[in-house]
Design a protein around this ligand. Structure first.
Ligand code: AP5
Ligand code: MG
Ligand code: ZN
Length: 220
């Protein structure tokens, strides 16, 4: 059985969450977003959430040990047998090395790393207009992807809200953190020969067409 062990890589606001919804629906694999999992922990005020909140609100990375633990646990779940889509993980070289080790222990490897590329100035506008569903986390945009009913999720009817880390100053810091700590992962996965670079400045449908072309046919 061919596996789809996929990683979505790209700067904040590149459209990872937007494209993830389409990919997991078509390929039948679970969406593993460390950002979504961490925001859930913050909302539920778990010990991990309380610890993570200060990093997230500042736009800094949560410590590697915390996120690596999350992903290791998640990969034990049976729904990952056919593959998975990592969104926002790994974000540092130690995280990528930890993922390689876990996958190796499971007899698996990374099938493809999809890198979504967008210019920095576009990202600030995307993030400041973003709204997220409180229930299903689906992202919208007040101009580029407005919901049919104002402040309401098209998919589940949930309430839309603005993330606390989507202010301009925090976005600038997140972009800097991306450049310093996450961008080097493109080269890391280039060495493994699994990178597909996608032009993320196009309309969401066109971005998805390119991703589909890079991933190949949906398995039976
Ligand atoms: P995370 O939740 O992963 O945030 P991020 O990486 O900053 O990415 P975003 O979710 O902001 O952007 P996206 O690429 O998903 O874009 P979206 O599709 O929503 O992480 C948040 C925080 O958690 C981190 O800062 C860190 O503190 C912590 N964290 C998470 N993972 C971690 C890890 N592994 N290690 C350490 N810490 C971690 O789209 C953005 C907007 O643009 C939307 O409004 C959308 O409608 C719009 N849009 C999308 N596509 C298009 C398009 N083609 N054209 C026009 N508009 C578009
Ligand atoms: Mg996201
Ligand atoms: Zn929703």
């Amino acid at each position: 059985m061919s596996q789809f062990n996929l990683i979505l890589l790209g700067p904040p606001g590149a459209g990872k969450g937007t494209q993830a919804g389409r990919i997991v629906a078509d390929y039948g694999i679970p969406h593993i977003s460390t950002g979504d999992i961490l925001r859930g922990a913050v909302k539920n005020q778990t010990a991990m959430g309380i610890e993570a909140k200060k990093f997230m609100d500042a736009g800094d990375l949560v410590p590697d040990s915390v996120v690596i633990g999350i992903v290791k646990d998640r990969l034990q779940e049976p729904d990952t047998a056919k593959g998975f889509l990592m969104d926002g993980f790994p974000r540092t070289i130690p995280q990528a090395e930890a993922l390689d080790k876990v996958l190796e222990s499971l007899g698996r490897d990374v099938t493809k790393t999809i890198v979504i590329l967008v210019d920095e100035e576009d990202l600030v506008g995307r993030l400041s207009g973003r709204r997220i569903c409180r229930s299903c986390q689906a992202p919208f945009h007040v101009i580029f992807n407005p919901p049919e009913v104002e402040k309401q999720c098209d998919k589940c009817g949930g309430e839309l809200y603005q993330r606390v880390d989507d202010t301009e100053a925090t976005v600038r810091n997140r972009l800097e953190v991306y450049r310093d700590q996450t961008e080097p992962l493109i080269e890391y996965y280039d060495r493994a020969g699994v990178v597909a670079r996608i032009d993320g400045a196009q309309a969401p449908e066109a971005v998805y067409d390119d991703i589909r072309a890079a991933l190949g046919p949906i398995p039976e």
